[in-house]
Ligand binder design. Structure first.
Ligand code: NAD
Length: 481
């Protein structure tokens, strides 16, 4: 059985304990034994990062560019293999796994370029004879805590800017999917990172994550995960002495509005993709389909036909459209919400059955609820599975009001051929990302990503906006003499 160690101070350090990584498409298959770190491992990793910081933060942009670009080249060259690793541990289909691995490579290349683009500002003082400069500096040791649903892209979009702007890193991936992050960290090490600049400590949130939050030498935390965990971590960052800078990306209950005038084919494709691809396990999933009266029945019929044709099977099997749910706990949560929806009076229009396939896995038929009220729990709480709720509304005004009537605000979409509604929706949606005639999921890597309300807190991730979190601004005054 393959055994995977933590990376601490540039060395592979075996764990005193390990956990088994299981393939959700075939639970008989153990991918490997992965180190499960301790608070002592975190302390060693933070000390290594702290020791590496003075030299790393003073490297030239060219040195950092070269390392990130080399890592990008290797990730892109190995995208099929990395995609397979990802799909095997997370359960999204191979095409999505390869696409995500390629995305990680593109992100590394983008932030290689950012090393060269970081500039300051120079302004005249309001006082005579004085010059004012604003420069950006690295923060120090940054803790990164990531979820299981994008096992290589999210680590890449946190590690790459952290390193590009001169920080040192300790990263803890989600316990369910350590292999993808391990492979990424291995590539970055072989691309020439000095010892201690990037440390990987795998293991439990309550042990490794907690120790990262309690460590006084961790200056900042970038977290992606659930709202409940995010809240807890934010409180810990504020309570710490000194306080830690933090950035949180959390859940969603993303609306996709379908108006009478929508191109039905576009609307159905957007809904099927947004709600069910990646097994619905995306923070940007279209879990609320808000449909105006006149098109409601036609839309539901066409979407049902489309969804019936989707093949749910082994993530690595050619021809699968949807892979398994990630694990038993998430499967139980999905089933619980199916029951809650039925009890609340929604109609389970199609799907929701457990499926048997050639191998034992967490296979769940995509589920479509109709007759859903926006106050029902299935319309308000993030299920994080292949479950979508159709909400019938009278007109555009009601659709917009329902779309915004949520504690979340990550992504929102509208399908319409009317420019007036598209423009109005873009202006009035209370989400951080708005899509017109597109699924709520699926974004570019060179522009900011993030939400509003309970979905996000702090500066945006990705694109050049990432510098807001990974740098701090210094204002210097010089008497010109
Ligand atoms: P989670 O909150 O359970 O875990 C996220 C990470 O936090 C994991 O690495 C976990 O080990 C760690 N953690 C848990 N408890 C901790 C603690 N007490 N101290 C420190 N670390 C701790 O989330 P998940 O189930 O892995 O991921 C699913 C969630 O992530 C969903 O809510 C989804 O919407 C969200 N998500 C958001 C985005 C986004 O960018 N907005 C992207 C992907 C996923």
């Amino acid at each position: 059985m393959a055994v995977f160690s933590n990376f601490i101070g540039g060395e592979q350090v075996a764990g005193t304990q390990t956990v088994r990584n299981i393939n959700p498409s075939n639970t008989d298959e153990v991918i490997g034994e992965f180190a499960s770190g301790t608070a002592a491992d975190v302390a060693t990793a933070v000390a290594a990062a702290k020791a590496a910081f003075p030299a790393w933060s003073r490297t030239t942009p060219q040195e950092r560019y070269d390392i990130l670009k080399k890592a990008s080249d290797e990730v892109l060259a190995r995208k099929e293999e990395l995609g397979r690793i990802l799909s095997r541990e997370e359960g999204k289909i191979l095409a999505e796994g390869i696409g995500e691995a390629a995305r990680a490579g593109q992100i590394l290349a983008f932030f290689a370029g950012e090393c060269l683009r970081l500039a300051g500002e120079n302004v005249p003082s309001v006082r005579p004879g004085i010059g004012v400069e604003m420069t950006r500096e690295a923060i120090g040791v940054v803790a990164l805590i990531t979820p299981w649903n994008f096992p290589i892209a999210i680590p890449a979009w946190k590690i790459a800017p952290a390193l590009a702007y001169g920080n040192c890193v300790v990263i803890k991936p989600a316990e369910l999917v350590p292999h993808s992050t391990w492979a990424l960290v291995d590539i970055l090490h072989r691309s020439g990172l000095p010892k201690g600049v990037l440390n990987l400590v795998m293991g439990k949130g309550s042990v490794v994550g907690q120790a990262m939050l309690e460590h006084p030498d961790v200056a900042a935390l970038s977290f992606t995960g659930s709202v409940a965990t995010g809240r807890k971590l934010a409180a810990a960052c504020v309570a710490a002495n000194p306080m830690k800078k933090f950035q949180l990306e959390m859940g969603g209950k993303n609306p996709l509005v379908i108006l009478d005038d929508a191109d039905l084919e576009v609307a159905v494709a957007s809904a099927a993709n947004g709600a069910f691809f990646s097994t619905g396990q995306r923070c940007t999933a279209s879990s609320r389909l808000i449909v105006t009266e006149k098109v409601h029945n036609r839309f539901v019929d066409a979407l049902t036909e489309k969804v019936k044709a989707l093949v749910v099977d082994d993530a690595l099997k050619l021809g699968s459209h949807i892979g398994p749910v990630v694990d038993q706990a998430q499967f139980d949560q999905d089933e619980r919400y199916l029951e809650i929806g039925r009890k609340e009076g929604a109609k389970l229009h199609w799907g929701g059955e457990r499926l048997n396939r050639a191998t034992p896995g967490f296979y769940l038929q995509p589920a479509l609820f109709t007759e859903v009220g926006n106050s029902m729990r299935i319309a308000r709480e993030e299920i994080f599975g292949p479950v979508a709720a159709v909400i019938r509304v009278k007109d555009y005004d009601e659709a917009l009001a329902v779309a915004n009537d949520t504690e979340f605000g990550l992504s929102a979409g509208i399908c319409t051929t009317n420019l007036k509604y598209a423009t109005h929706f873009k202006r009035n949606s209370e989400a951080g990302m708005v899509m017109v005639n597109l699924p709520t999921a699926g974004v570019d890597y060179h522009v900011p990503f993030g939400g509003r309300k309970a979905s996000s807190f702090g500066p945006r991730e990705q694109g050049a906006y990432a510098r807001e979190f990974y740098t701090m601004v210094k204002t210097s005054y010089t008497l010109a003499g």
